[in-house]
Design a protein around this ligand. Sequence first.
Ligand code: ADP
Length: 638
Amino acid sequence: MTDPKPITSLLIANRGEIACRIIRTARAMGIRTVAVYSDADAKALHVRQADEAVHIGPSPARESYLVGERIIAAAKATGAEAIHPGYGFLSENADFAQSVIDAGIIWVGPNPDSIRAMGLKDAAKERMIAAGVPVTPGYLGSDQSPERLAAEAAAVGYPVLIKAVAGGGGKGMRRVDDPSDFADALVSCQREAASSFGNTQVLIEKYILSPRHIEVQVFGDTHGNVVHLFERDCSLQRRHQKVIEEAPAPGMDAATREAICAAAVKAAKAVDYVGAGTIEFIADASEGLRADRIWFMEMNTRLQVEHPVTEEITGVDLVEWQLRVASGEVLPKRQEELSINGWAMEARLYAEDPTTGFLPSIGRLVSLDLYDDSARVDTGVEEGSEVSPFYDPMIAKVIVHDEDRGGALRALASHLEIARVWPVKTNKGFLVRLLQSQDVQDAKLDTGLIERNFATLTQRPSLSARTLSDASAWLLRDSSDFNRLVTGLTGFRVNRNDTARQRMQVDGQSVAFEYDPTPPGSRFEHGFADLQIDGSQFVQVEGDIFEIRWDRSDGGLAHGAAADGAILSPMPGRIIAVEVAAGDVVTKGQKLVTLEAMKMEHSLTAPFDGTVAELTAVDGGQVSEGAVLVRLTAADAA
Ligand code: ADP
């Protein structure tokens, strides 16, 4: 064994928040940093933070961040001694790790053999069974005939999960509840596995009811030492993707923790693990966390997205440990020197729109403030950055640390609630509602929680007349329009007790409300009172952001129609007026239907000149959000 020699220069084969995260520690250790970047990332934060940066290709990751030779060439050209892969991209690619080593560069990660051993889910499970680690009951055999797989599924007992052995990122999995659905699910799982991973091999697992995702952070060095850094709970998932992570796991007693952490260390030792790794377990939490109901699921042979919660409770900088271990040092701490302090929680803030099924929302972050002075914010963007369509649209990870779980929950929710991100849509309001939901507060977690409460969690709150009054007053406070507003209102007198009908645009929809002239409260001290872009006022309610404009047209805005001319109900409510009939010729801006919802009127107007092709709205009828009320054909299309 050679003597440890500190790494003095490091290339980070990644982008975004994780590249920035690694640069931060490397810099603190006095290590020179080299970034790599694609066309889309020429002005990215990680490029500016690094000491040097090398362009490695066009925007698609396949042509840049995933091209191993370019990355190794960049390391050679800049004299970087070591390569840190971050997570995703090439981090779990054993061939890449091997070529880094073959090029005489230090690979900040486990041996390629350990990556291979854990790379395929079936081989990994075999290995764990041999090492005495409990694994989820199931079938791992090489006989992949549909008949055999169906017979094994029946033997395991329904519900079962079909998993692609090469799967990852929640892809290539199918839950099957009924034997009659097995054949179809198998075909579709294999199809996805073929296109995503080029490997159709599957395994069958018992589908765990009330499943909780518990994972253990492990760390090994080149001297044969392995320690664990306790567990994280990542049960709050949407489509098998983690949304909120916390450490420690709620309801974990000392004996259970001891058992699963010991199993994790055993698992890591079984593959001679070096560096940072995570052993993922699945727990049947129907009767709380019990050591005999927690099974090995897989190992991630890299640093995890959610590593900060472990750092917060242990006080360990995991990237620093990675770099020390890669240079040959002994692990900085022994097991008995590690302990849990307080509670940490992380939320993944994404540029995605919960109201459209979480489609990515790309574009410029015109306004961005994540209050990083009072929480840990790991991000790769800043105000003015672009969220590009080429990569994962994560904006930031917001991480809080508190004495207990209640404190961490409150701190995280209030941080997200006031964070300012515009005009890119985010999952902020969704995260706030999730953190404030009763089950999460009570730590009644399981991986299906989000799915079960999907409608409530994705429902944007309605704005009260009070909020709209405040917003309009703020919007017009310094403006000569204020007089126009005042004189334009029917029955408006400068009498504090008076109210008047008022109309504003909320996210492009005309909304009528009773104007309340009492002065705004303190609610605008946080958030958006001071933020006006292009004459719009921004209001945050429960973490959701609304754009409010003074409605000058009175007819509403020429928005609100889907591309096919369908006018949809923006929220659940009751139709209180239908102003057109089928076949009517309408002009742009003409009122079609008025909806009453949450004591407010919303007029939906024609977005273009045309003809009423279809009229589904009925006076007095109840409608759900997204219901088609009217369908128009454009005049020029007729
Ligand atoms: P991937 O490699 O795609 O991340 P995993 O095997 O780690 O796949 O599983 C991802 C998620 O799927 C888990 O966090 C858990 O929510 C769910 N899951 C996996 N296996 C089971 C199972 N046997 N029963 C119930 N849920 C499971």
